[in-house]
Structure formats: structure tokens, C-alpha cells
Design a protein around this ligand. Structure first.
Ligand code: PLP
Ligand code: COI
Length: 434
């Protein structure tokens, strides 16, 4: 039996024993309660983690951590430096890790072991819980099911070659969630619940973060009304759930999209700028109709005149007219994409001219006829950069030039990937290491 130094505390594996000298225990667990005795249970009162602890010899005690997740790396330091919040933590007894085929990841089909659940009840937030990912009971009268007071977010976490865990612009998602919450008449989610909750969750489930080209852990926060009441009014109670899914590319090939001129995703004054669940539900029917015509996605146009393009599916939209990157300016009917903002910033830093303005369907056709329409692509967290190969409009089709390495979208996609995986300097301060 030997004592490990604090910096050598790496992983606790399934029933791996970590040896700690009593002084180390005092140093790390000073604010927590541990009782030692043969076979007695220890509870870390800060995280509510439950450890099995056994007393040993005079100078050395050891802990047996009862999980097969590798969650202990620098855990104690993390507890102290990052997590000022309390979380109630219940770890899974049975990991799903070995059911995940990391060589064949599709978007949003497999889920990591744990989820965070935080309830807003009686006017205040309860202590968030991290518990095994799983189903929960819902009353038929639950408000969100009736009136769609329900919003969500999407963000990605990467692992670099050194195994560091990197969050991409997490705070932007936190801010946007509360922009959506305000629009949907829901209480703001406290920053520390969102940020620290995601970090804690990801730390616990870090074995699910894939590494490799185009691979990441997608984090999905959902936030919805939970009143058991069907009166048409804002709920009093809400639930935030955050879960994660190891993920690969969203689209496997360049898209065939149709410019939609009848149905609208959102209108000025509507909820388009919020990441409101109903915006997506309302888009399925027109998308299905376009799919029946052989398209994969829509390009939405403005609700008033159906004259200006807005977004494509659940992505912002960009074009290269010759060597200028042109994208619809933001408005109340469009979601302010974090990828969009990152691409604009990157493009400008690379000396590419960027225009944010209205783009009419007529202009797209005209640019195509003049041979100036070089690229069209959607941009978003899930899809990152999705090139468009064909645009359909009122029975006509516009074929975009074949994708080349010199394309603006390719150059920027590569640059973004390098920043996200730590292969190039993060001069914009977008990445945050856990
Ligand atoms: N537009 C819509 C409607 C979306 O759902 C998304 C996806 O989140 C985006 C744009 C892109 O936003 P972001 O880049 O922040 O993911
Ligand atoms: C995202 O890109 O994160 C989205 O939320 C789009 C889609 C998966 C709904």
C-alpha cells in the first residue's frame, strides 16, 4: 500500500483503489465529511457523491470509487477551482459507454450516461441534480406539452490530441438561452447552473467525448414549462435538463435545398430569434413536402413578401458572390447563430470581405446567371458548414459549382476545426479548457 501525491491522482477505475495519506485527505476533503471504518460509506457533502471508504493503517487510508467511469482526473482540484455550485450527484451503476460505436456516430442517436436536471419551483431554483440519463414522469396536463413554452440550445465540446476537453463559446449559448427564455416568458436560467452544470456533466461523462475529424460531444440543454395546468398562461414552474450525445457529421453530402415561398419559419414580431421548440415543429410539414420533391432542406424566405432568403433548415445561410462572403443580416425572424458569428469573425480576420445584408431570391438567380454565385452553404453548431449543391426555386434548379479546396467555406471550415481542436492559436478566446 502506498500513498499517492495529489498531482498523481489520475483516474479511479471500476473498483480501483486510490490511496491517500491522511494529510492529503485533510487537504482535499477539509470541507467534507468522511467517516472511516471498515466498509463504511463516505459522503462528500459538497457533491453528494457517495464513495465507499475503508480504513486502513495508521498513516494511509484509501477510497474505493464504485463506478467504472473515469471521472477522477484532477477531480478534487476541479471541485475547488471551477465548481462553486452544489450539485446532487447520483452516478450510474451501469455505463452505456461500451454500447456506443465511436466509429459510426450519427447525430443525436446515442446518449452519454448522465443528465443534469434543475427545477425552478415556487419562484426559486432547486439544487441541480446530475443523475443517470433516463426517462422521467410527465403529467398529461404538463404545460409545455400544450402551449410549447419550451426552448433549447445546442453546443459542442471537443477533445484535442492531448486529451484536453475544450468548450466552444459556451457563454454565448448561455446568453442565447436566456434571450429565448425572455421571449417565451420563462424565468432566466442562472449562469452558474448552465455553465457549471455543463462543465460538471461533461467532466463526469468525458469518456463519451469522441476525438477525430468532425467528431464532438454535442450538448443539448432543454428548458420547458412544468405546471400541471392547462389554462392558457405562462407556467409558474420549469425544468432545465441537459444531456449530451457523442456525435459525428450532421450531413454526409452537399445539400439539395428548395427556396420556400409559401410557408414561413417565422415572421418579424414572432419567435424566430428564439430557439423555441415550436419553431422547429412548425418547420417539419413544409420540409416534408420539399423532401417529397427530392430536396433535403428548405431555404426559408421572409414571411411578408417571400422575397428575401433568411435561413436554411436549422442553419444560418451564407453565399460567396465571387470572393465576397454574403449573409442575410440578423433580424427578429432569424436565430443569431454562434457559428455564423464565428465564421464572419474568422472570414474578416483572413482578409475576406463580408457583407451582412438582405439577399433577395432574384439576386441569387442573377448572380448565378452572371457566373458570380460561387458557393452557398448553411452554418450551425450541429452541421458546422454544410455546402449546398443544388437550389430549387419554382421548378427551376440552380447547380452550384463543385466544391474545391479554395472555397471560402472550405478555408473557414478548416480554420474553425483547427481552433476547436487546439491545432491553431485561439486568438479570439473562443475555447475554454476544462
Ligand atoms: N438557425 C436556426 C433556426 C438554428 O436552429 C440554428 C442552430 O442552432 C442556427 C441557425 C445556427 O445557430 P448556431 O450556430 O448557434 O448553432
Ligand atoms: C444546432 O445546430 O445545434 C441545432 O440546434 C440545429 C438542430 C440540430 C436543431
Amino acid at each position: 500500500m502506498h500513498a499517492l501525491k495529489k498531482e498523481k491522482l489520475l483516474f479511479a477505475h471500476y473498483f480501483t483503489i486510490i490511496y491517500l495519506s491522511r494529510s492529503t485527505i485533510a487537504q482535499y476533503f477539509g470541507n467534507k465529511v468522511f467517516t472511516f471504518g471498515s466498509g463504511c460509506k463516505c459522503v462528500d457533502i459538497k457533491t453528494k457523491c457517495s464513495y465507499q471508504s475503508y480504513f486502513s493503517t495508521h498513516k494511509t487510508s484509501f477510497l474505493v470509487y464504485k463506478t467504472h467511469l473515469l471521472i477522477f482526473k484532477n477531480k478534487l482540484d476541479l471541485d475547488r477551482k471551477i465548481f462553486s455550485m452544489d450539485f446532487k450527484i447520483e452516478l450510474t451503476e451501469e455505463s452505456r459507454l461500451n454500447t456506443v460505436d465511436f466509429s459510426n456516430l450519427v447525430f443525436g442517436k446515442v446518449f452519454s450516461d448522465h443528465m443534469l436536471v434543475a427545477d425552478f419551483e415556487n419562484g426559486k431554483w432547486n439544487t441541480p441534480q446530475i443523475k443517470p440519463y433516463g426517462k422521467f414522469l410527465v403529467a398529461p396536463s404538463m404545460s409545455a406539452l400544450h402551449h410549447a413554452q419550451s426552448i433549447f440550445e445546442g453546443l459542442k465540446v471537443y477533445k484535442n490530441e492531448n486529451g484536453d476537453i475544450l468548450f466552444f463559446r459556451l457563454e454565448e449559448n448561455q446568453k442565447r438561452l436566456n434571450v429565448s427564455a425572455e421571449r417565451m416568458c420563462m424565468p432566466a436560467v442562472p449562469k452558474e447552473i448552465f455553465i457549471q452544470g455543463i462543465k460538471k456533466l461533461v467532466e463526469i461523462d468525458k469518456a463519451f467525448i469522441p476525438s477525430g475529424d468532425g467528431l464532438s460531444l454535442y450538448v443539448r440543454p432543454i428548458y420547458f414549462a412544468t405546471d400541471e395546468a392547462i389554462g392558457v398562461k405562462a407556467s409558474q414552474n420549469y425544468r432545465l435538463i441537459i444531456f449530451t450525445t457523442p456525435t459525428g457529421p450532421f450531413y454526409s453530402e452537399p445539400l439539395k435545398v428548395k427556396i420556400e415561398t409559401h410557408y414561413s419559419r417565422s415572421a418579424e414580431g414572432g419567435t424566430g430569434y428564439a430557439k423555441a421548440a415550436g419553431n422547429y415543429g412548425g418547420s417539419f410539414y413544409p420540409t416534408k413536402k420539399a423532401m417529397e420533391e427530392g430536396f433535403q432542406q428548405l431555404i426559408w424566405t421572409d414571411a411578408k413578401e417571400n422575397k428575401y432568403v433568411e435561413e436554411s433548415g436549422a442553419m444560418n445561410l451564407m453565399f460567396a458572390f465571387d470572393d465576397v462572403l454574403v449573409t442575410p443580416s440578423l433580424s427578429a425572424s432569424k436565430l443569431a447563430g454562434i457559428t455564423r458569428d464565428s465564421i464572419i469573425t474568422l472570414a474578416k480576420s483572413l482578409g475576406i470581405k463580408v457583407e451582412e445584408r438582405n439577399i433577395s431570391v432574384d439576386e441569387i438567380i442573377e448572380k448565378h446567371e452572371q457566373g458570380k454565385l460561387k458557393e452557398a452553404f448553411g452554418v450551425g453548431t450541429a452541421a458546422v458548414i454544410a455546402p449546398i449543391a443544388i437550389i430549387g426555386y419554382k421548378g427551376q434548379t440552380i447547380n452550384l459549382p463543385a466544391i474545391a479546396d479554395t472555397n471560402i467555406s472550405r478555408i473557414i471550415a478548416l480554420e474553425l476545426q483547427k481552433i476547436r481542436t487546439g491545432q491553431t492559436a485561439d486568438k479570439f478566446g473562443w475555447m475554454e479548457k476544462l
